[in-house]
Each structure stands twice: as structure tokens, then as C-alpha cells.
Design a protein around this ligand. Sequence first.
Ligand SMILES: Cc1cc2nc3c(=O)[nH]c(=O)nc-3n(C[C@H](O)[C@H](O)[C@H](O)COP(=O)(O)OP(=O)(O)OC[C@H]3O[C@@H](n4cnc5c(N)ncnc54)[C@H](O)[C@@H]3O)c2cc1C
Length: 349
Amino acid sequence: MQNELDLYDITIVGGGPAGLFAAFYSGMRSMKTKLIEASPYLGGKLNSYPDKMIWDVGGQPPIKAKQLARQLIEQAMTFDPTIVLNQQIQDIKRTREGYYIIQSRTGECHLTRTIVLSIGYGAKSAIKLSVKDADKYENSNLHYTVTDLKHYKGKRVLISGGGDSAVDFANALYGIAHDVMVVHRRNEFKGHERSVETLLTNRIRVKMPFAVKRLEGDQARINAVEIDQVDEKGVFLNRCEHVKVDAVIVNHGMKADIGGIRNWGLKTDDRHILVNDKLETGKEGIYAAGDSAMFGNKIHLLAGAFTDAATAVNHAKTYIKPESAMDIFISSHNPVFDEKNELIEQAAK
Ligand SMILES: Cc1cc2nc3c(=O)[nH]c(=O)nc-3n(C[C@H](O)[C@H](O)[C@H](O)COP(=O)(O)OP(=O)(O)OC[C@H]3O[C@@H](n4cnc5c(N)ncnc54)[C@H](O)[C@@H]3O)c2cc1C
């Protein structure tokens, strides 16, 4: 299998701020680079707070997270790395030649000399509805996200949750679905103020503090949902109501887990990969950077993610090419920038 795979100098696992900056930096260090991201988009946690203003990145005036993500992606593409989306990495194996084969959950393989793990707190997955038989209906009419609004046309939809996703999906489905009901276990919504206002103006039916207690259906589909009022601790109060439904959407948030990476023989604590000050994991050629890395004086901020990325890449480069260890490498040392600088200066004239 190894012969069929293209060999990369460095494979970066995780396309958040640390991974994106590592992709730029490894390109600058003339390394053949691949970046693999579990989700369908790059940017990592920045996508979870897109409209928040970020003030604490050096030299960068206040900037919204979504704009910073766009800029990081643009910078990461400077040296045309190979980008792979929708692949959650879960296994690695060392080859006889000392390379690594990285394998995704869905079986795709990647061959690389070195690895930078910039996986944040791990790949995210939806928090499941903890009600009997919920998993049975996941392939029919119980959903954890909305991929196609048209699918709900004319249907009776119950949405469980009270955060941004629940509120946004309820608003998006209003006017498309025949009926939308939001069931939320708290007395207040956590969603964005303006979206909540829209939800209430749309007169979408809201039941709170209520929670889903039971799914009623046959082998194939849910036909109705029993909802019940809950107290502030989430205890059911036996004030049940039955709601006929065609579809149930559950938005109870996401959880992250470093998952299979725990089995790679790396040192980990509950959320992190433990590294030394060279960002080395203890396995030759494997480094960690960003939120996933833990060492003395670690800064779990964007500034820390960028520094880690450069440190990890520099040591990966030295691992491949020991004579490069003493290179003092700043961007102006790479001749590739001469041409780019000229273009920028011409455009400024
Ligand atoms: C609400 C909030 C506000 C914040 N505000 C600020 C701020 O103002 N200033 C600041 O400096 N910092 C802030 N931070 C922290 C900052 O967002 C993080 O430090 C930064 O995102 C870390 O980047 P990262 O690349 O290490 O991890 P992440 O951003 O978490 O990216 C990790 C990426 O790896 C992917 N991944 C995970 N597992 C796998 C796998 N097995 N295979 C493939 N891909 C995988 C994930 O899908 C994700 O895209 C904030 C964080 C939060 C949550």
C-alpha cells in the first residue's frame, strides 16, 4: 500500500489556527506539506465564535473570528499545501523505512515523514439525545443537523435544544416546514439575541422548560414525541404532552474527544498531548501544537498556537534534515518571497 501513497515531508492533522499556521510555515521551510481536517471546513474553533471580536493577536487590530479564519486560510495556501477535508484521523503506524502511515476513520491512508498534531481538544461530534431508541431512528427521521431545508417541506418538526443551532434551524425552517416546535429544558435561550427575537416574532411554538422524554414510533420512524416539563435540575415533573411529528432535530451541542489518538502510545492527560519544549511527543517525528499540546507555561490562546506551530515545524524540519538545525529562518530568508514582495510593491504604487 505504501508504494501507492505519495510521501509528504510533514502531515498536519487539524486545520484550526495552529494547523493553518503550521501549513504556511512548513511551506516556508520548503517542506512538502499535507493538512488533514476532520470537518468540512478549515478554521477550527474560530468557526464556533465567528462574530466575536478578537483583540489579543500580536500586530493585528481587532478582528472578527471569521475574518481571522479567512486570513489564516489565505496565508496557509501560500505554498499550495495539499488540503484534505472530512477525514478524522484515528490511527498511525510506523513503516519499516521509518515513515508514518496515518489512517482516517473511514479508511483513507496518508504517508508522511513527520506529523504535527494540531487537533485542539479533538474531533467534534454531536451530543446525542439520551432517550431510549434514539439511535434506532438516526437513519430515518432523527437528525443532529440540517443539511437540506427542502427535506422538511410541509413536515411537522420538533427541535430539541436552545442554543444557536436550535434557534437558527427553527428560524430557517419557519415557512418551509408545516409546523415547528422548539423544546428547551431551560427557561431562557442561549442563542444569539437577534435570532431569539426572530424566533419569537415568527411565533414558532416554544415549550420550556421541557425536555424530550420518550420517542413513539414503529421499527422505522418516530411518529410522536412525549415531552415533559422539567425542574432546574432537569428532573421530569410528569406534566407530559404528546406531539405528533414527522421529524425530530436534536441540537444539544457538541463534544470533543482526542479519541483514537490515545491509543498511539503518546503521553496524554484528559484533554492534551504532553510534549517537551521542542513540541516533541516522545514518538520520533511526531509533534503537537496549539490547544492539543501541553507543556510548562503553555498558553492556550491563538498567540500560543502560532508559536507552537513554528516551533513544531522547525523541529520536524531538523528531524528530516539535521543540518538545517542552525538555520535562522525568517520569511525574508526564503527567495520565494522576492517575487511576491515585488508584486505587492507594484500593486501599492
Ligand atoms: C469561545 C471562545 C473564544 C475564544 N476567544 C479567544 C480570543 O479572543 N483570543 C485568543 O487568543 N484565543 C481565543 N480562544 C482560544 C482559541 O480559539 C484557541 O486557542 C485556538 O482555536 C486553538 O487553535 P488550534 O488550532 O490549536 O485548535 P482548534 O481551533 O480547536 O482546531 C483544531 C482542529 O482540529 C480538527 N481535528 C480534531 N481532531 C481531528 C482528527 N482526529 N483528525 C483531523 N482533524 C481533527 C478539528 O476539527 C479542528 O478544526 C477562544 C476560544 C473559544 C472557545
